[in-house]
Design a protein around this ligand. Structure first.
Ligand code: GDP
Ligand code: MN
Length: 397
């Protein structure tokens, strides 16, 4: 689960990390009051979306020469004006994809004078199964590009969970970032704080880009991106409360409410499968037969008829779906339950695209009978390869 920059900065502030003063703004008429509560003489007006690259992004509705999603202002009036311009419009960055994201919240921040922009991140490193620090002197830029062109400018190391964070970790980062004197002390303390926050809140990712040295020579977190482990959210009511459902794919959101493992993809064939392994295999074989899956969907082992109905509705609500493949290997999941769910869903939402059903396993005969007696226009398949071939042929002709 991701949160907005202003929420991440509030968390950082509560742990004592250095961030600027700022005010979130949800409605245009709040902008002037919010900006007026900050000291100036520089204000930064920042679009709040769950994607990076806002500064270099552009609005779909932009006038020629208009700036991106991070704007500097020299007065309260100017700050309020920029906030109003951005609210409600669609910001496209290299992380949003071409569709962009609607800006529903703005963060107005006290502007900082920047001496240097640095990069810092903490993440769960799957290779070492540990938390890793990543830092670079090349802050403010796309870190993927730095990694690609000048990998020697990135320092990365993991922390032994038995000892946890130690001051020498912080010194190592400070020296690699070229920090001096008081800044080294500030860095050691800040890294300690960030590591503690990361562990205590079960984060997956924490990125400060840029971490800056101000004109006064102090460290400050100028941007903040946080991602939390969805499986641990139940332990953190404070984090769960920060969820912004408007930032999530509406189909994925509906799926999460029914406890379905669903991920939207770009292809044309909707898949309903039980078991993550079978779902992966189904996606692979669809690709092998020359088409692309529209989603990953694992309805799980103990799915009810209601859950299957909901899953089917989510698949058919995707306008890119040109055909549906139901591929069930009934173990704990019974084929007759799946069949009933599919039929209930089709009765409710109709069926505008070809449907291939492959059932195998527990109660397979009952399942097939239910489908055959339903009067639905279903293409039956006997095995995985046959099923994939049939749906691809039905869609591509
Ligand atoms: P991102 O583009 O989504 O990563 O948004 P950031 O918060 O990182 O802002 C983008 C860039 O705007 C930063 O790299 C800075 O160069 C600039 N910026 C952001 N805040 C300030 C500020 O307080 N003062 C100044 N001078 N520039 C800022
Ligand atoms: Mn940034």
């Amino acid at each position: 689960m991701n949160i907005h920059e202003y929420q991440a900065k509030a968390l950082l502030r509560s742990y004592g990390a250095p961030v600027s003063d700022g005010r979130p703004v949800m409605r245009a008429e709040e902008a002037k009051t919010a900006a007026g509560e900050l000291d100036g003489p520089l204000w930064v007006v920042k679009a709040q979306i769950h994607a990076g690259g806002r500064g270099k992004g552009s609005f779909k509705e932009a006038d020629a020469g208009e700036k991106g999603g991070v704007r500097l202002a020299r007065s309260v009036e100017e700050a309020a004006e920029e906030a109003k311009k951005m609210l409600g419009r669609t910001l496209v960055t290299h992380q949003t994809g071409p569709a962009g994201k609607q800006v529903n919240r703005i963060y107005i921040e006290d502007g900082s004078e920047i001496e240097t922009e640095l990069y810092l991140a903490l993440l769960v490193d799957r290779a070492t199964s540990r938390v890793s620090f990543v830092c670079s002197t090349e802050g403010g830029m796309d870190i993927e590009e730095v990694a690609d062109k000048t990998p020697e400018k990135i320092l990365s190391f993991s922390v032994d969970p038995a000892t946890g964070y130690q001051p020498y970790h912080g010194r190592r980062i400070a020296f690699s970032l070229g920090l001096k004197g008081q800044q080294v002390k500030q860095c050691v303390k800040l890294m300690d704080t960030l590591y503690r926050l990361f562990i205590e809140k079960d984060m997956e990712m924490l990125e400060i880009n840029p971490l800056i040295v101000t004109d006064k020579g102090d460290l400050k977190c100028l941007d903040a991106k946080m991602g939390f482990d969805g499986n641990a959210i139940y332990r953190h009511d404070d984090i769960a409360a920060l969820r912004d459902e408007t930032e999530e794919d509406s189909k994925e959101l509906a799926a999460s409410k029914y406890d379905l493992n669903y991920i939207a993809l770009d292809g044309e064939i909707g898949c309903m499968v039980n078991g993550a392994g079978l779902a992966m295999a189904t996606m692979d074989i669809i690709k092998l037969k020359g088409a692309e899956p529209a989603n990953f969907l694992d309805v799980g082992g103990g799915a009810t008829k209601e859950k299957v109905t909901e899953a089917f509705k989510i698949i058919t609500s995707d306008e890119n779906v040109k055909g549906i493949l139901v591929n069930i290997f009934g173990g704990i999941m019974r084929c007759d339950v799946i069949a009933e769910g599919v039929i209930a869903a089709v009765k409710e939402v109709g069926l505008q695209v070809p449907l291939v059903v492959r059932l195998e396993g527990t109660n397979v005969d009952q399942g097939k009978e239910i489908i055959n007696n339903s009067g639905l226009d279903v293409i039956a398949a006997d095995n995985l390869s046959d099923a994939a071939e049939k749906i691809v042929k039905a869609v591509k002709g």
